[in-house]
Design a protein around this ligand. Structure first.
Ligand code: SF4
Length: 469
């Protein structure tokens, strides 16, 4: 009998977590590791490994075909281009401290789509082969260009079988026309809500008047649009993070039950001031306490609350096919399924690539809407965008659930070949997967209740926590 390669990692209970390339996992002890490493597996070991899809008799048998199928279904395959992020203006009516490279003052000229650019964007969209389209408007503050949004929306509604629009707005100033747009059934609103008013004011709105106007608009948005049509994301400053409960309370006040926590995303040169190891470990500590606070809340509440990215990672552990998040895919092929069109008509594979180019680190643009799409430089990067052969990842039990983010590596370190464990990406994801497995193997009913809710199961299934004695 042949055993598929197993990667392993010690866990805090003295055992080891083993996982294969297809994402099958179990726990066992150091004696099993010794027998596995020395080729001295006993009949009980082999029976367990075969029953759980880690061993097969020959490459033609069903067990091997099953393993190969599970392995293949873990891989991301880009779809046709059916998702565009549009930046009709870089102008903004706020000046959040960590957004300096991607916005200009509201009255600055030269940072908007002009008529020629709008025409070229519509022409670009018209040439897409997709039948459905998702359009996300970013900025700057996109509501400053209601005219451009409306033209794109009208065009897409007429051109595609189905279209959906997301407006990423700071909800600072919303005119009657803007509310009417946001109320349309195919329009969704995404905003930033950093926590309670004090936190939000320090990080974003600065003055009490602006803070009051923002919170009034959030309340209006929830009332007029309904909580299902608005998503709000808190940005956390790890140097002075708010208490997890205060963030949870701020979201519950508006009945928003999915929180997507993000650390301040220092871009470009600012990143060099932040040591990845130090900032990742501070972030991990805060993130873990936030997850614990959610578990506590869910235990005594009829209606649960989740942290979006943690739930996404959990589902990637439990099932294949969860490739909906552009930051966590393997291979992470960029510039194919979705694109960013900047204020000047230039095309980028991701928003972060736009920032990297804007601060002059690397040119990661892919042509423009006037002369057409050029994928050549980005496809060179795509050739490296998988973790299956990376010398660190091949030894990591989380490889099948994890991904790669080469543009993040380029942005932070100016290179893509650092040992993975030195990167912010790896340090954050190692911690998340450690936390997920500590919860999967926890006997605490509070943890099990939340895990069941977050994994979409009626109750926690003990067979998820396999141990080979
Ligand atoms: S990036 Fe880190 S956590 Fe992810 S698979 Fe590679 S070694 Fe593991």
């Amino acid at each position: 009998m042949s055993v598929v390669p197993l990667k392993f990692r010690p866990t805090s209970d003295g055992l080891l977590l083993f996982a294969d390339d297809a994402g099958g996992y179990f726990k066992s002890d150091h004696d099993f590791l010794r027998r596995y490493a020395l080729g001295h597996l006993n009949p009980l070991d082999l029976r367990f490994l075969h029953a759980n899809g880690h061993a097969f008799d020959e490459v033609t048998d069903l067990a091997y075909a099953g393993f190969e199928h599970r392995f293949a279904s873990r891989l991301y395959s880009p779809t046709e281009l059916d998702y565009v992020i549009l930046v009709p203006t870089l102008r903004c009516n706020l000046a959040c401290g960590y957004c300096q490279v991607s916005r200009v003052n509201e009255n600055t000229t030269g940072f908007d789509w002009d008529e020629r650019t709008i025409e070229a964007v519509l022409h670009f969209l018209d040439k897409l082969s997709a039948k459905k389209i998702k359009v996300e408007f970013q900025g700057g503050e996109p509501l400053l260009r209601l005219d451009a949004i409306t033209r794109v929306r009208d065009f897409c509604r007429a051109r595609f079988d189905a279209s959906e629009f997301v407006i990423c707005t700071n909800l600072q100033e919303v005119s009657a026309e803007a509310w009417a747009l946001l109320e349309q059934p195919d329009v969704f609103t995404s905003t930033s809500l950093d926590g309670n008013p004090a936190t939000h004011q320090v990080q974003r709105t600065i003055t009490a008047d602006k803070t009051a106007a923002f919170f009034e608009n959030v309340a209006t948005a929830v009332k007029r649009l309904g909580p299902g049509k608005i998503s709000a994301l808190p940005t956390i400053n790890v140097s002075r993070p708010p208490e997890p409960q205060s963030v949870i309370d701020a979201f519950l006040a508006y009945d928003i039950r999915s929180i997507y926590l993000r650390p301040v995303n220092y871009q470009g040169f600012a990143r060099k001031r932040f040591d990845a190891r130090a900032s990742a470990s501070r972030w991990n500590h805060y993130y873990s306490s936030f997850i614990d606070a959610l578990v506590e809340f869910n235990w005594s509440s009829d209606e649960s609350i989740e942290e979006y990215y943690f739930v996404h990672c959990l589902r990637r552990v439990l099932r294949s096919g969860h490739n909906g998040h552009a930051d966590l895919r393997n291979p992470n092929i960029v510039g194919h399924g979705y694109l960013v069109i900047d204020y000047d008509g230039r095309l980028y594979p991701t928003d972060e690539a736009r920032m990297v180019t804007r601060v002059g680190q690397f040119d990661l643009s892919m042509g423009d809407v006037f002369t057409g799409l050029s994928r050549e430089p980005i496809d060179t990067l795509n050739a490296e965008a998988l973790n299956n052969f990376h010398p660190d990842c091949v030894h990591c039990p989380y490889q099948a659930f994890c991904g790669v983010d080469l543009i993040d590596d380029l942005s932070r370190y100016g290179r893509i070949d650092l040992p993975k464990h030195l990167t912010d990406f790896c340090q954050r994801h190692t911690y998340i997967f450690d936390k997920i497995f500590s919860m999967i193997y926890s006997a605490d009913p509070k943890v099990q209740k939340t895990l069941a809710i977050w994994s979409g199961a009626p109750r926690f299934d003990a067979s998820l926590a396999k141990v080979h004695q």
